[in-house]
Design a protein. Structure first.
Length: 276
């Protein structure tokens, strides 16, 4: 029905030019006066559920979907404890990319840091303290929580003093990250085909402005971690299609540290639990 971004006062179908009010009611239909009994008051776009959670608007096409707090218990409280003004943050910047891999490859890549020391050296030295990295399922919902101390060496990207690093992946397609010092950012994965996904990378600030510090972090992230992951997941997808592919074991350590893949062991179970 609509594409792109911006504002409009009316929704117009690009196919037959039916016009709808912003609340979904039909305003006008081409040729309607020529159709006996046509009653535009009985026609409305399909309603969808919308819920604001931690300041983010989530849309769900399932009319029976449970509230976010029920799906992800404890997350709101945990995030607010780390970032009390999260609901007041304003959108500042977003960029997106085609990943050329299926959704599960994309989120598995995000949900472990076993590859960080080898593939994301800039992130491991500039944002987090690898020795303190910890990823594990959180609470009773389908959530993976990442935590780590802040980078403290000469390689850090910016002033990382203040709150430490934390990330909450909400199955199946959203992650909220709080970089050290209180920088808020998100990942949103949108599957477009069985073997392709669009990832949206969002950044938020207190005034909706990208200041010099945030600009530097966005650019460094996009040029290093983000670009590195785009290449990695594309190669993994190619490997899955190889006739020689055989699944191997996960590296699961009781320490739950950066070199353990225990976090992504939960994902296949969540997928199997989903209907359809």
């Amino acid at each position: 029905m609509v594409e792109g971004t911006g504002r409009t006062r009316v929704l117009v179908c690009p196919f037959h030019a039916w016009a709808y009010e912003l609340d979904g009611r039909l305003r006008a239909a081409l040729g309607a006066k020529e159709v006996p009994g046509f009653d535009r008051t009985q026609i409305c776009l399909t309603e969808v559920r919308l819920e604001v959670f931690l300041g983010f608007a989530f849309v769900n096409l399932d009319p029976d979907a449970r509230p976010m707090d029920e799906c992800y218990p404890g997350v709101a409280e945990a995030v607010l404890a780390r970032c009390p003004d999260i609901e007041d943050r304003l959108f500042a910047h977003e960029h997106a990319a085609q990943e050329f891999c299926n959704w599960l490859v994309a989120v598995e890549n995000y949900s472990e840091c076993y590859h960080c020391g080898h593939c994301h050296k800039a992130f491991a030295e500039g944002v987090i303290d690898p020795a303190s990295y910890d990823i594990r399922p959180f609470g009773a919902g389908r959530v993976l929580r990442h935590t780590a101390g802040a980078a403290a060496g000469e390689g850090k990207w910016y002033d990382t003093s203040g709150p430490a690093y934390a990330s909450y992946y909400l199955y199946p397609a959203f992650s909220l990250q709080m970089y050290p010092g209180g920088l808020v950012n998100t990942y949103y994965w949108r599957p477009t085909a069985p073997d392709d996904t669009i990832v949206h990378r969002g950044w938020f600030s207190r005034d909706g402005v990208v200041d010099d510090q945030l600009h530097e972090v966005i650019d460094r992230d996009r040029e290093t971690t983000f670009a590195e992951d785009m290449a990695l997941v594309k190669q993994v997808q190619r490997g899955l299609g190889s006739a020689g592919y055989r699944p191997g074991p996960l590296m699961i350590s009781p320490s739950c540290g950066i070199n353990s893949e225990h976090s992504i062991a939960a994902l296949p179970g969540w997928v199997r639990e989903d209907p359809g």
